[in-house]
Design a protein around this ligand. Structure first.
Ligand code: ADP
Ligand code: ADP
Ligand code: MG
Length: 511
């Protein structure tokens, strides 16, 4: 099992945005040179500027760049990179990518491709976990998946049931069914969505756990047979099965339950000889009963709360393990201190069905101060495009207690200034002030049930926006002058106004 130490001298980041920046920062600390691969659209992005070298690998759509295994490997060869970090999303959980990287003689910063494959299908993962005595949700995943058979098994399980995609991810391909008559339509819809998103329409059944919490365990294994947990994250604040605010420690676990869930996380990781950083997700019922949900074989978006509360660097640890070094810490050396909260900052419009909002960032100012961290990939002047995930960045705070962390987050959100696109900042701030949040009395459906048609009370006054637009026009005056004699002059002058996107002036307030 043991692998010799293979020092990484140059690492290629096969990702973009905030996670690419995060990995580059870890490499700088370790004295490792970095290579960014990027689409033509990302040419002037922060992560490209921060990397030691950059290679353009194609056009904006992910299929033509960030998902192109061949071009990423060509870039690794051309630059002499000896390792590739996949970040999250894109190719991070793609078994074929892991194999191709290894075959090219390059180190893949992640688990073995076999492990990715074992955990890639939710049904296969459930079987592996059941065999390892990790509790799984009752369900049906037999060979016969005809709609009538699924319906029979749904009756046996008892409604509500959840129809889920074998290859699901990002909250897609899932339907809750409360009544027997709704089964055929739900199966068809989930299957259609799964076929479109994952290229495979296979669905199976799980008993739907009502009013549950989503609690996940950070695990880390090395090539020497060591495996530890780095405690849990509470991720129950979700919108449409996607996380919005995460915190650690979970405010809903007793010390005894925390110990049992974290131990189950290690048991799950050991069952697949896990190497590197991974996350074992659990669903926890109102009675404290908990079940394995899935394992994400990569770094998680919300990993910073674990880093702050446990005082560790998970990306540095990933790189060390990938080099063949033993884990930097033993289980006994890891403990939680204080309370961390993360808010995902999205370019979206909570008042308009949370639709993505695009345009140029006229201003992007991040707060700083004791216990405040911002992980981002954008700067003032950058363009937010529809082609990629609308997450602008993450604001993370650490306080002595949950109350202190909540107040710190509210104060930090107030100092996070984003103009040019709509964001969920006011919505996040509002959530943190609610009694349900303060008393930690929420479950995974709470946001969906409580915030249909949310409205902010304050908007940016017109005169502030006008000043920002003039400032933007001033900073881009070269483009305007250059274009002055050209037939495109009008287009050039419209630049800042176009970059407003769908901004509406609302100086009158409260609409
Ligand atoms: P996390 O628990 O880290 O939030 P998610 O499953 O929500 O994990 O995914 C992390 C990132 O990867 C998100 O930004 C999401 O957009 C992307 N992602 C995950 N699964 C898919 C998928 N099947 N298709 C497209 N994007 C995905
Ligand atoms: P994904 O790969 O899309 O992240 P998961 O299996 O992790 O899919 O489920 C995403 C979310 O859906 C969970 O965090 C939880 O809120 C909800 N969920 C999934 N399965 C169940 C279930 N059996 N009962 C209740 N909620 C569930
Ligand atoms: Mg999940």
């Amino acid at each position: 099992m043991k692998t010799p130490i293979r020092p990484i001298r140059k690492l290629l980041v096969a990702n973009r945005g905030e996670i690419a920046v995060r990995v580059i920062l870890a490499c700088r600390e370790l004295g490792i040179a970095t290579v960014a691969v990027h689409s033509d659209k990302d040419q002037s992005s922060l992560f490209v500027a921060m990397a030691d070298e950059a290679v353009c690998i194609g056009a904006a759509p992910p299929r033509e760049s960030y998902l192109r295994v061949d071009r990423i490997l060509d870039a690794a060869r051309a630059t002499g990179a000896d390792a590739i970090h996949p970040g999250y999303g894109f190719l991070s959980e793609n078994e074929g990518f892991g194999r191709a990287v290894e075959q090219a003689g390059v180190i893949f910063v992640g688990p073995k491709p076999d492990t990715i494959a074992q955990m890639g299908s939710k049904t296969a993962a459930r079987m592996t976990m059941a065999a390892a005595n990790v509790p799984t949700i009752p369900g049906y995943q037999g060979d016969d998946r005809r709609p009538e058979t699924l319906r029979e098994h749904a009756r046996k399980l008892g409604y509500p049931v959840l129809v889920k995609a074998d290859l699901g991810g990002g909250g897609k391909g899932m339907r809750i069914v409360h009544a027997d008559a709704d089964m055929p339509a739900a199966v068809a819809a989930a299957s259609r969505e799964a076929a479109k998103a994952f290229g495979d329409g296979a669905v199976y059944l799980e008993k739907y756990i009502e009013n549950p919490r989503h609690i996940e365990v950070q695990v880390l294994g090395d090539t020497h047979g060591n495996c530890v947990h780095v405690f849990e994250r509470e991720c129950s604040l979700q919108r449409r099965h996607q996380k919005v605010i995460e915190e650690s420690p979970s405010p809903s676990l007793s010390a005894e339950l925390r110990q049992r869930i974290c131990a189950a996380g290690v048991q799950a990781a050991r069952a697949v000889n896990y190497q590197g950083a991974g996350t074992v997700e659990f669903i926890v019922g109102p009675q404290g009963d908990f079940y394995f949900l899935e394992m994400n074989t990569r770094l998680q978006v919300e990993h910073p709360i674990t880093e702050l509360v446990c005082g560790v660097d998970l990306v540095v640890a990933q790189i060390k393990v990938a080099q063949g070094q033993p884990l930097p810490w033993t289980q006994e050396e890891i403990f939680q201190r204080g309370h961390a909260i993360e808010c995902r900052i999205y370019a979206e419009d909570p008042e308009n069905g949370f639709l993505p909002s695009v345009g140029r960032l006229l201003r992007y100012d991040v707060p700083f101060g004791p216990g405040i961290r911002h992980d981002g990939g954008f700067q003032t002047g950058d363009e937010v495009s529809v082609v990629y995930d609308p997450m602008l960045g993450k604001l993370i705070v650490l306080g002595e207690t949950r109350e202190v962390a909540t107040q710190k987050m509210i104060a930090a959100l107030d100092r996070l200034v984003v103009h040019g696109v709509r964001t969920n900042i006011a919505f996040l701030r509002h959530l943190l002030t609610l009694d349900a949040f303060r008393s930690a009395d929420f479950h995974t459906r709470w946001l969906d049930e409580s915030f249909d048609g949310w409205c902010a009370t304050q908007h940016l006054p017109d005169f502030v926006l006008a000043a920002l637009l003039l400032d933007d026009a001033y900073h881009h005056r070269d483009q305007v002058t250059l274009a002055a004699g050209s037939p495109n002059v009008n287009k050039a002058w419209q630049g800042p106004w176009v970059s407003l996107g769908d901004w509406r002036g609302t100086s009158g307030g409260g609409e």
